[in-house]
Design a protein around this ligand. Structure first.
Ligand SMILES: NC(=O)c1ccc[n+]([C@@H]2O[C@H](COP(=O)([O-])OP(=O)(O)OC[C@H]3O[C@@H](n4cnc5c(N)ncnc54)[C@H](O)[C@@H]3O)[C@@H](O)[C@H]2O)c1
Ligand SMILES: O=P(O)(O)OC[C@H](O)CO
Length: 319
């Protein structure tokens, strides 16, 4: 039995897809939301228009976990620590699969390191790659990367999480998989700004390319393999997130580019990640000009025109 913790858009979508293999439990901390989902047979707040299958049990009571149980942790990265502080003991001997993309603002840690710190007896893994919750929930074909440092566990999770519409690849490079997924969100915010401000698709293509160079520089310095970054969890997700208005990071960037407000209740992982990574890069003396500009725009310290001037006036160099 697979348990998904967190009944937001992504957790619900994964639970729906996994239910085509067998029974799945979807846990939410919010009793009222559970009652609504049970009554309506859908998660109308986060995934409107998609019915919950019969094999999916929605509950506010965390079921007992036997050793080796698979638990997907689908909450925003900035909330993962709170979830594990509250429920880590119940998850002590599970395979914990982070389903979030970000770097923790306060510590600079990625999801697998947060798991390792708070639940050291569990196995930490991450599921990431180009995928919109609505696409997965509607049964559209999607390919993701499952990363776990333990090759044997990686293989068993790959098998368990593959469904008719979810094709899972595996890697032991958890650092590469989680950094690619986290850092592409920052580039997506920047691309949204460019399109929102009417600067054109050529500028976006340049930003995506230089953004990929920037995220690779940082991720490799932190131990990622370049091959992983060029795969689904890095380049693949960068392409999706930087080109679709379905992306919340991209949509947030567009609102910055248009000088419009954005609903603060919407999960935008790239904002906190940009701040965490910009600080880390400064300490490591790694140049991340796009990330720095995203932070300055979010903080209101730069206008879009000034940001573009800063990026375009950098010293000329080899590609
Ligand atoms: N939505 C997508 O299309 C998509 C696709 C791929 C990956 N992701 C990733 O999935 C992660 C979650 O995103 P989402 O779209 O599901 O967000 P969401 O905003 O739809 O849902 C977040 C959920 O987390 C719950 N939550 C927050 N703090 C919690 C806590 N302490 N304990 C228990 N539950 C808590 C909230 O109640 C909410 O149900 C993000 O890292 C995102 O990058 C999302
Ligand atoms: O809506 P976003 O921007 O959080 O993107 C969702 C996924 O990460 C895309 O793969």
């Amino acid at each position: 039995m697979i348990t998904v913790l967190g009944s937001g858009a992504f957790g619900t979508a994964l639970a729906i897809s996994l239910a085509s293999n067998g029974p799945v439990t979807l846990w939410s901390r919010d009793k009222a939301q559970v009652q609504r989902m049970q009554a309506e047979g859908a998660n109308t707040r986060r995934l409107p228009g998609v019915s919950l299958p019969a094999q999916l049990n929605v509950t506010a009571d965390l079921p007992p976990m036997s050793p080796g149980s698979i638990c997907l942790l689908s909450v925003p990265t900035q909330k993962l620590r709170d979830l594990l502080i509250e429920h880590g003991r119940a998850l002590a001997h599970c395979h914990l699969v982070a389903c979030c993309k970000g770097v923790e603002r306060v510590t600079g840690y990625g999801p697998t390191r947060i798991i390792a710190e708070l639940v050291p007896t569990a196995t930490a893994a991450i599921l990431t790659g180009p995928s919109f919750a609505h696409d997965i929930a509607r049964g559209l074909p999607t390919a993701l990367t499952l990363a776990c440092k333990d090759a044997v566990v990686a293989q068993s999770l790959q098998t368990a999480l593959t469904t008719p519409n979810l094709r899972i690849y595996r890697t032991t490079d958890a650092t590469g998989a989680e950094l690619g997924g986290a850092l592409k969100n920052v580039v997506a915010v920047a691309c949204g700004v460019v399109i929102g401000a009417g600067l054109g698709e050529s500028a976006r293509a340049a930003l995506m390319t230089r953004g990929f160079a920037e995220l690779s520089r940082m991720a490799v310095a932190l131990g990622a393999e370049q091959e992983t970054l060029a795969g689904l969890s890095g380049f693949g997700d960068l392409v999706l997130t930087c080109t679709s208005e379905q992306s919340r990071n991209y949509a947030f960037g567009m609102s910055l580019g248009r000088n419009k407000c954005f609903d603060t209740s919407i999960t935008v992982e790239g904002a906190a990640t940009a701040q965490a990574v910009s600080e880390k890069a400064r300490k490591m003396q790694i140049e991340m000009p796009i990330t720095d500009v995203v932070v300055a725009l979010i903080d209101g310290k730069l206008r879009v025109s000034q940001a573009m001037d800063m990026l375009l006036s950098r010293p000329l160099k080899e590609e």
